[in-house]
Design a protein around this ligand. Sequence first.
Ligand code: SF4
Length: 441
Amino acid sequence: MKIELVYPASGANAMLRNHALAVLAGMTPKEHQITLRDDRIKPLDTDRDLDFSADIAGITVQTRNSLRGYELARAYRKKGVKVVLGGIHPTALPDEAIQHADAVVVGEAEGLWETILEDVKRGQLKKIYKHKELPVFDTAPKPRWDIFTSKKYVPMYTAQASRGCPFNCEFCSVVPFFGNKLRLRNVSDVIDELKLLKGSRLLFSDDNIVGKANYTKELLTQLISLKLSWLGQASLHGLKDPETLTLLQKSGCKGLLIGFETVNKASLKSCGKSHNNPEDYLEMVKRLADYGIGVMASFVVGLDQDTPDIFKQIFDFALESKVYNAIFSIMTPYPGTPLHERLVRENRLFNKEWWLEPQPTEYPLYRPLNMTADQLYEGEQWLWKEFYSHSSIWKRFPFAAGTSLFSLVSYLPMNYIQHGFINKRIAEEKEYYKIHPKIED
Ligand code: SF4
């Protein structure tokens, strides 16, 4: 059979090879022919760039690219190609997704994809494919990276050693998709996969690479000989042990994305993330710098206890701690999360199904509690602009002893790329609001 694997673009696209599609390709029996269609490389023309002689199109859909995913699905179906949608968004909303597809995969595709292909072959495709319970994740199919042929991808591969998270942050869509229990892949299976990438740059897509201490230490110890440079995501909780920090450094970890979320304890409590303690933040960033690990800080604004002074408080911490870089997001009520359910109950969403409208800007999707939507939007824009201003970039420059060569060499180029990107985005949003006024509070 001919199979199209499709990645729809959304507003801001990181040019990473998509791990889910690489794994899907890895699971596909050799007899089938696979073609990747990546909408981010060059926007797909639905008349010219899709192969309508294919038997099936598998489209991976996240909430932010769901509109585009549905548009591509329509184009295939119009010409008789069977469409299967999978990913985090169809898992949250299978009833919505099936209106745009012949079949929907709810949850993880491992263990279902081969059945789907057989069912297409026999002309007996079902509407919903779903595991009865969360599948075991001790081994994983090897991703096929050869399907990504463009030179536009970031020179970095992805891997995943664990799935799920034992915490329950209200805004998080990881738990509804991967479950509330940490599932760990056999270390030997991860290492076998990574041996093929020896010496490369790698991103662990695990939501928390330090989720279980003993496992993490075994994995990191085995990673050392592969001489990888890698980035990952980690909880503060798992970074307190000096042995883990030493192993992170030895295994080639150059940077960690840490979800600080906010510096306001009441806000952390209100969103279910009270396992973060803002009093530990500064010390933790400094300790990681001592081990040569740069911190990419992630913050969320617009939590229910946030007042208009939250923006300056977050900025002050980010500057003082000299984090390598940062992302700032307005709280997003993703479908399937407890946050979305609560805001619907409280009648605070401007549009309950906001993902079905184009989202050209960062404007809040809900009425915040302790400030206006305009204040929240402007505060978030201010944070981006100030954090990536010339003066902040130079004040954060990592002169601290112990900072790795990698951080020193990459810091200015990476931060100045962001500086240019942010200024362009903010200017574009201003232009947009000249024509479309913001939602009034
Ligand atoms: S935000 Fe992080 S810690 Fe919280 S539930 Fe999601 S993955 Fe777990």
